[in-house]
Design a protein around this ligand. Sequence first.
Ligand code: G1P
Ligand code: MG
Length: 217
Amino acid sequence: MIKGFIFDLDGVIVDTAKYHYLAWKKLANELGFQFNEEQNEAFKGVSRKRCLEILLDLGGVKATQEQFDHWMIEKNEDYLRYIEKMDVSEILPDVPKILDFLKANHIPMALGSASKNAIPILRKVGLLSYFKVVVDGNNVTKAKPDPEVFLLAAKDIGVDPTDCVVFEDALAGIQAANSAGMTSIGIGDTTILTDAQYNFNNFTEISTDFIKQLTTI
Ligand code: G1P
Ligand code: MG
């Protein structure tokens, strides 16, 4: 029986996955190569450092430590420019419906994200107070598909991993949830998130009855 809910951030709660993509694409173009949405799938749910390593491999670019550090900062500055003006309009459809329902039923919620920008984003869109716990890229050492981020989130809300549900838009995130022994729910392209136990295109397809069935509510 599900007793705790864990949400990824980028591409699940807010429409920021597109901004990460645009910032990585800009860097790739500056370095002289193309970067497309298909390649970007491997970047979802993955830490900034790991993303840059993958990007440089794709472009066959060798970097000194100094260049690497510089590009990490540059990508993040570009990303921060995109999200600067973010407001509630960037919350994905029907996400508040599910958050409000869980809150009203006193079900603990945690955020489990690879991003180091999670807290300011949640603050900007006014959703920070829903989460009992925020585990993000600042708290973990191993990136998804390693289950560390979700196991830490479960521990912090005091719920057994097997009693947790994870909402994820990244294949690496679904794999992390599965290896944590949690129920995985894919949000987005079902042809990519094939390892998920449940699939929905977005939260408009998730009813409160579905949530009730998973829990004891
Ligand atoms: C990092 C990566 C980004 C990735 C995101 C996943 O975010 O840079 O490409 O999609 O994790 O949530 P950042 O810490 O840069 O906000
Ligand atoms: Mg995501």
